[in-house]
Design a protein around this ligand. Structure first.
Ligand SMILES: Nc1nc2c(ncn2[C@@H]2O[C@H](COP(=O)(O)OP(=O)(O)OP(=O)(O)O)[C@@H](O)[C@H]2O)c(=O)[nH]1
Ligand SMILES: [Zn+2]
Length: 365
């Protein structure tokens, strides 16, 4: 089996960063200490070379992750080894991290990259969830996370068939919650909006889809993937009882071109650094705040507060102001986590929680 890597997003720009004498490949999934990669000459299971192991011991951010472009070195016995992770253009990072202009990303020794080189971030929010209306606050949070990753968010209001009357009003509310972001209604059931979503991938771009459980993410991914184009996307894996369950490959090539990363770790909302992303989601409030009389206005009861007067006139929905405050608090809290001691305590707390959960028979948070 051979692959045209340009369909996986390989470009001249990326090629310029490839060390001499190595072979480029894209990480489709990672296991402990090894990765499954797609190279021009096929799929390979490769172990990490000494340099990668050393670097990632010092800083987990440099560990290969799904979506990474990597350099493979050929060992004397004819096997490949993962020699280096090429500079990332975008990354979903859990924990603290800072960007630099050379390597794209550099860690502070605490972050973990969950997916890399994602161009488009689909934020899936169902028009109706059980009996609830779409959650605008959740959209704001996920769009902030999307901006923070460096990818471009696109909001998909899923299951639009459940909400025919008033769909236009709902979309208008969502557009207020995500200024500057494309918003589309999608019904995978009817096929509405599916190809529109696919158009964002433009042949070789990579997407990821975020959203709550039951938003219809898998259904949409399946609709986009269609008939397996390059290779079967699903692996049949035997579970303990000898039955077969379907396991998703993490980097899925789509029928119409492009790829989608389906990683449980980033599908749902966890602890992420969303500091800068919050400013972008609330660009309307940020620009109002610039008109406040006092530079350090807290927008609570200050005279000449442009935010409060927009609230009064109805121009700014109260829900949105509250959401902004909440996400700002969260971002501030994440920032304090760069304090190593605070982080250590947090990790210990998680260890205890994980242990408790194992004891009570649950192994997933
Ligand atoms: N009415 C309607 N139902 C849909 C649509 N898309 C998906 N569903 C249904 O919604 C349910 C959840 O869909 P999934 O695709 O599994 O949702 P998910 O977001 O992947 O959920 P998790 O895997 O739990 O994160 C399933 O019963 C689907 O059949 C749609 O466009 N319209
Ligand atoms: Zn103010």
């Amino acid at each position: 089996m051979s692959y045209d890597l340009s369909l996986f997003g390989w470009t001249d720009l990326r090629a310029a960063g490839l060390p001499e004498g190595t072979v480029p490949a894209r990480v489709a999934r990672v296991d402990r200490g090894a990765a499954e990669v797609v190279a021009a000459d096929g799929r390979h299971h490769v172990k990490y070379g000494a340099r990668v192991r050393r670097a990632s011991a010092a800083d987990p951010v440099s560990l290969p992750c799904v979506g990474d472009w990597v350099a493979l070195g050929l060992l004397p016995e004819g096997r490949y080894e993962l020699d280096a992770v090429l500079p990332r253009t975008t990354a979903f990072v859990r924990g603290g991290v800072s960007r630099d202009s050379v390597g794209g990303l550099s860690g502070d020794g605490q972050g973990q990259v969950l997916a890399a080189n994602v161009d488009v971030v689909f934020v899936a929010e169902p028009s109706m969830h059980s009996t609830d209306y779409a959650d605008l606050g959740r959209i704001e949070r996920l769009v902030a996370l999307a901006w923070e990753s460096g990818g471009t968010p696109v909001v998909l209001v899923t299951k639009s068939d459940l909400f025919e009357k008033g769909l236009e009003e709902l979309l208008a509310d969502v557009r207020v919650a995500a200024p500057g972001v494309d918003v589309h209604a999608v019904s995978s059931l009817r096929g509405d909006g599916v190809s529109l979503a696919g158009d964002y991938l433009d042949g070789s771009r990579t997407a990821v889809i975020l959203g709550p459980s039951g938003a219809g993410k898998s259904t949409l991914v399946n609709a986009l993937a269609g008939e397996p184009a390059m290779e079967t996307q699903q692996v049949r894996a035997a579970d303990g009882r000898g039955r077969h369950t379907t396991v998703h490959r993490e980097l899925i090539p789509l029928r119409g071109g492009g790829l989608i990363i389906d990683t449980p770790g980033i599908r749902r909302i966890g602890l992420y650094d969303i500091g800068h992303g919050v400013d972008l989601v609330f660009s309307d409030i940020e620009s109002l705040a610039e008109e406040c009389r006092f530079g350090d206005c807290g927008h609570v009861s200050e005279p000449g507060c442009a935010v409060l007067s927009a609230l009064e006139s109805g121009e700014l929905p109260e829900r949105r102001l509250e959401s902004w405050r909440k996400l700002q608090r969260e971002a501030a809290w994440m920032a304090t986590r760069t304090d190593a001691r605070a982080r250590k305590e947090q990790q210990n707390a998680w260890k205890i929680i994980t242990k408790e959960m194992r004891r009570s028979g649950r192994n997933r948070p």
